[in-house]
Every structure is written in structure tokens, then in C-alpha cells.
Write a protein that binds this ligand. Structure first.
Ligand code: COI
Length: 355
């Protein structure tokens, strides 16, 4: 494969949005990256072209059987004008784990990171600089054979699109209300829960809609077999602070190995606090609340960053966590993580990569 990325610049640049009113994933930049895969030939023809619609045959496999994977990461502009990516290699390693589960051929990790860097540099004027904003990067792969039989495709497209974003939840860093889901399940061991594949998100929508109708922002998923152990929250991994110990569900095959989750664990350890990856039941959380030892709860994710949980509702039993306020540890993780990401704090972990 030729590793040269061809660049075709737009002749119609779009106006930039108001950086103080971005929301999440609604605005897209001027360019996108595309690369094709053909069995026997491998990945080929990497190019950056003006952002625009794709033309695909209605029989294209991804529309019918959902053979696709995606990632999410962010770019930041520092006060001195540098562009930083946060742990891009981890994202491209994870897309290959998802690829393996969904029978999509792997990407060359270094080349995929290079593609992200090249695209971000082309559209660098789109990186918002207001507090709490960033350029969200969405790499994804779709199966493109025009064919209705069920089998892995022989052709794929790898695309990267960019979106200037603010907070994912309208609540921002303020606590969200979460509905503990006891009816629907997200994933089981042996399923696709650990892969970042669209079907997992399609399967989550019904529960999310019902939770929204009850006044909750997201659902907290329980394990798919006993509906007893906590797994993850909507678009985030989840952490609980009980009696000084910070606990997050262990990665046992049905939940996403979040990069913000891993960064959070490393940060907490570096502060000398105790963080444990283990099974935690919803009953244990309610018991801790009853005993007054449930100190904080929060979600972690690239899109959401750190999102404190102010209320849980499990079968109609509501508990308010930390008085419904953003807790001390959530605030500290948010401040340090975003400080490292946007280059305002030193990065002792080597997480940020300059474009
Ligand atoms: C992310 O945090 O980047 C995600 O992929 C969540 C997304 C589904 C909004």
C-alpha cells in the first residue's frame, strides 16, 4: 500500500460555529479522511477530501447486518498554539480489537494515527478554544460489499470525520440522574459488549428512551445474566467511591475498555488513593448508601469526560448521592484530566501526542 495521503482541499470552506454554543456531534469540519480495503489488495488509496455524503448501493452490507466499528477521541489547541491528541494509539489499538470481534481486517495502527494527525492538521482552524470544548474525532469502518448474504464483507471503507464539540450532556460537569435498568440488557460475556460496534448502541436505545421519558439522562446497565452486577452507564464507564475506596467494574468481556476509564485509574493511583477493579453489585451500592458510606459516583468517557452521578433509581428506589452535588474526586479528576488534555498541566504519563 502506498502510505501517501492524497489531499484534495475544499473550494467551499464552511463558516465556523459559535464556540460557546457547540453541543455534541452536530457540526462537521470541511474535510474527511477515507481509505478503502479490498480483499487480496489490503487497505489502499488513503485520501483527505472535502466533507460530504457517501454514495453507496442500497444493498451495501453495513446497512443490513451492521458490520462496522468506530472510535472516539479528541484534539485540543493549547494556549501556545500546539495541537494535542489524547492517547490516539490506544484508540487505534482498540479499533483493531473491535475489528477482530466483528471480522473486519485490522488497520496499521501507526498509519491510522498518522491519518488522524494529517486530517486534524488540515482542519486545525476548526479546533475550538473555549473552556470545555475540543475537536471530537470519529474514526469508523463500514462493510461495503453490495450483497445480502450473511458473511464478512470483502470490501470496507475506513473514514475519519471531525466535529467541534462542547459538553456531551446538557448537564455539563453537573450531576446526571441515572436509571438502573432491570428489564433490558446491553451485553453478555461472549457477546460484542467489549467491542465498539454500532449494534451495541442500537440495542441500548429502547432503554435510553424509556429512561428519558422518566426524567433520567442515561441508564446504568446491569450484567446480562443475573441483572445484579453493575456494568457501565450509557456512553460511559462507571466508578463508585465507598468508604474511601474507588471501585469500578472489572473488564470481564462484556464492557468497553474505556481509555478515559484507564486514565482515571492511573490518575487515582498516582494520588495514592485506593482503586479496585472488581465486580460490584447494585445491592452493595444501595447498602453503602444506607450506611452512609457511598461518597461519590461518576461516569468516565471520551465524549462525556467525567460526569458525576447525582441520583440513581433502581426499581423505583431513589437514592441521592453526595447530596446531588459534584463530588471532590470527580472534580479533581475532571480538572487534572482536562488540564493534561488541553496542555495546561504537565503530562507525567506521556498521554498527549503533538500533531
Ligand atoms: C465516546 O465517548 O467517544 C463515545 O464513543 C461515546 C459516544 C457513543 C458518544
Amino acid at each position: 500500500m502506498s502510505n501517501t495521503i492524497r489531499i484534495e482541499r475544499t473550494t467551499h470552506p464552511k463558516p465556523k460555529p459559535d464556540p460557546n454554543n457547540l453541543g455534541f456531534g452536530q457540526i462537521f469540519t470541511d474535510h474527511m479522511f477515507i481509505m478503502d480495503y479490498t480483499a487480496g489488495k489490503g487497505w489502499h488509496d488513503p485520501r483527505i477530501v472535502p466533507y460530504g455524503p457517501l454514495s453507496l448501493d442500497p444493498s451495501t452490507m453495513v446497512f443490513h447486518y451492521g458490520q462496522a466499528v468506530f472510535e472516539g477521541l479528541k484534539a485540543y489547541k493549547t494556549k501556545d498554539g500546539r495541537i494535542l491528541l489524547f492517547r490516539p494509539t490506544n484508540n487505534m489499538e482498540r479499533i483493531n480489537m473491535s475489528n477482530d470481534r466483528i471480522c473486519i481486517p485490522p488497520l496499521d495502527v501507526d498509519f491510522a494515527v498518522e491519518a488522524i494527525k494529517t486530517l486534524v492538521k488540515v482542519d486545525q482552524d476548526w479546533i475550538p478554544e473555549a473552556e470545555g470544548t475540543s475537536l471530537y474525532i470519529r474514526p469508523f469502518i463500514i462493510a461495503t460489499d453490495p450483497y445480502l448474504g450473511v458473511r464478512p464483507a470483502n470490501t470496507y471503507k475506513f473514514l475519519i470525520i471531525l466535529s467541534p464539540v462542547g459538553a456531551y450532556y446538557p448537564e455539563g460537569i453537573n450531576p446526571v440522574k441515572i436509571y438502573v435498568e432491570s428489564n433490558y440488557v446491553r451485553a453478555v460475556k461472549g457477546g460484542t459488549g467489549a467491542a465498539k460496534t454500532p449494534g451495541n448502541y442500537a440495542a441500548s436505545l429502547k432503554a435510553q428512551v424509556e429512561a428519558n421519558e422518566k426524567g433520567y439522562t442515561q441508564v446504568l446497565w446491569l450484567d446480562g445474566v443475573e441483572k445484579k452486577y453493575v456494568e457501565e452507564v450509557g456512553t460511559m464507564n462507571v466508578f463508585f467511591k465507598i468508604n474511601g475506596e474507588i471501585i469500578t467494574p472489572a473488564l470481564e468481556g462484556s464492557l468497553l475498555a474505556g481509555i478515559t476509564r484507564d486514565s482515571t485509574i492511573q490518575l487515582i493511583k498516582s494520588w495514592g488513593l485506593k482503586v479496585t477493579e472488581r465486580r460490584i453489585s447494585i445491592q452493595e451500592i444501595y447498602d453503602a448508601h444506607a450506611q452512609g458510606t457511598l461518597e461519590e459516583a461518576f461516569g468516565t468517557g471520551t465524549a462525556a469526560v467525567i460526569s458525576p452521578i447525582g441520583e440513581l433509581n433502581w426499581n423505583g428506589n431513589k437514592i441521592i448521592i453526595n447530596g446531588g452535588m459534584t463530588g471532590e474526586i470527580s472534580t479533581k479528576i475532571y480538572n487534572v484530566l482536562t488540564g493534561i488534555q488541553n496542555g495546561e498541566l504537565e503530562d507525567p504519563f506521556g498521554w498527549t501526542v503533538e500533531c
